[in-house]
Design a protein around this ligand. Sequence first.
Ligand SMILES: Cc1cc2nc3c(=O)[nH]c(=O)nc-3n(C[C@H](O)[C@H](O)[C@H](O)COP(=O)(O)OP(=O)(O)OC[C@H]3O[C@@H](n4cnc5c(N)ncnc54)[C@H](O)[C@@H]3O)c2cc1C
Length: 473
Amino acid sequence: MQCVAEPGREIPVLDEGDVLVAGGGVAGCAAAVSAARAGAKTMLLERNGCLGGVATASYMASIGNRYLIASGRRVIHGFAGEFVDRLVAAGAASPRWEHRDVPGCCFDSERLKVILIDWLAEAGAQVLTHALAARPIMEDGRVRGVFVESKSGRQAVLAKAVVDATGEADLAAQAGAETRMAGGTASILFKIANVDLDKFADFLLQDPDGFPAGMDTVKDAETFGRNWKQRGILFFPHGGGKSWRWLQQLGGLEDRVGAAFGLQALGMYAVAGPGTVVINSNFYRVHNLDVRKLSEFELHAQKMCYYVGEYLIRTVPGFSRGRIVSMGTDLGVRHGRVIVGRSTLKAKHIKDPPGPFLADDVIGVTPAQDTRRTGGEFYHDFTTDVPFGITVPTGPPNLLVASAKSVATVPAGIIRGMTGCMICGQAAGVASALAAQQGVPSADVPVPEIQVRLLSQGVYLGDEDRLKSLHLV
Ligand SMILES: Cc1cc2nc3c(=O)[nH]c(=O)nc-3n(C[C@H](O)[C@H](O)[C@H](O)COP(=O)(O)OP(=O)(O)OC[C@H]3O[C@@H](n4cnc5c(N)ncnc54)[C@H](O)[C@@H]3O)c2cc1C
């Protein structure tokens, strides 16, 4: 490969703080708010012009309902709990989401942007937008800060502890952490306005056997109808598209065009009121982080939004007066590069474990999945601990990884839903704040101290007996 040398130069230092968070998706916002609340001078750098990442810039406007175990008891609190509570309080999500029949709490992604701005400001974290954390500044094997590229040019931000919330472990990899390319899929979601959602729902309910139950997480057509009519949540599973019988009968929609596949996999999410529905359709296989390939996918996906959207408007009852009003501005990557961590969360810990999976370094819990059943009873009545070790990469000791799509799990992405990202983000933020205060690397902060601080921020780490066994009460 042909190379050129980049001349060395002096770079002005823009700011210096305790904790620097690179990436302002839900994981980065959780990290920055939690670090600031733990008393750290915190700065968040976001390369886009808005906060929220996939949840806003890619329009993934539904948060997977991992809040509740099978009995309906809520086991996720802390930042992730406050996240859904703030959405409801702002009128951006249904107050009736908290039921095991609801697979995802759909929300207004524009409103989320503003909720996050206020939340970070309240916590006292500083935010820079259109600020790319371009490269870590290394000193004696530690990350001393990052070089930032923005309209102001190239500058440096220094910090005692750094959180990589880029979603693809970009900083961790550049700082020498061991990573692997796990290869997931990516999509751009889009919005159609002026849809008669009642008419669409009624049409679906006329043919309950055609409903793609068992392919995703809505139990059946009846549950779908109840969620919409009684709870104001329209969650239509994309289900791979395969069992959406009446759509197949309508015909005329290719399942693959060029690099896009799964075009007949039409997930739909809406909240009651505006008649706007978010469509989750095109899929692209991401095997590497090659800029040419990613650009090809991103631009192709924008065309596919129109291909699928115009098909819906032409053929599907309720959509005839619809208009495609916007597309996500960012290709949403489900997972790409992941770190090799101090510990690893495995599928067997999450999918049908014999009982609760316990880790001494627990930083949050997620309901254990019940893979023998589908629908609203997709979870067992017990939980799996999320361990701190999965956020700790090899290599730079003062850098933690916040995004659950790039932490150490096998297979990659098993806790990549928004709740998992916020759990890891909150712990990474708290641990980094403690590291900065104690003058130790983030990886070396005693775990009980992180857990005590997480408990004080409202995080659920287990019941009373469990907390006693961890000597936390
Ligand atoms: C198509 C799709 C469907 C999904 N469906 C669901 C679902 O139904 N329910 C659910 O709960 N979850 C779902 N997920 C998963 C979930 O949405 C994501 O895993 C989660 O939102 C990721 O949040 P994050 O903060 O970890 O990463 P991201 O949202 O990717 O945020 C990373 C942020 O970092 C910024 N950034 C990157 N590099 C830099 C840099 N060098 N400097 C500065 N900023 C940088 C990016 O601009 C972005 O804002 C889905 C994901 C996708 C892509």
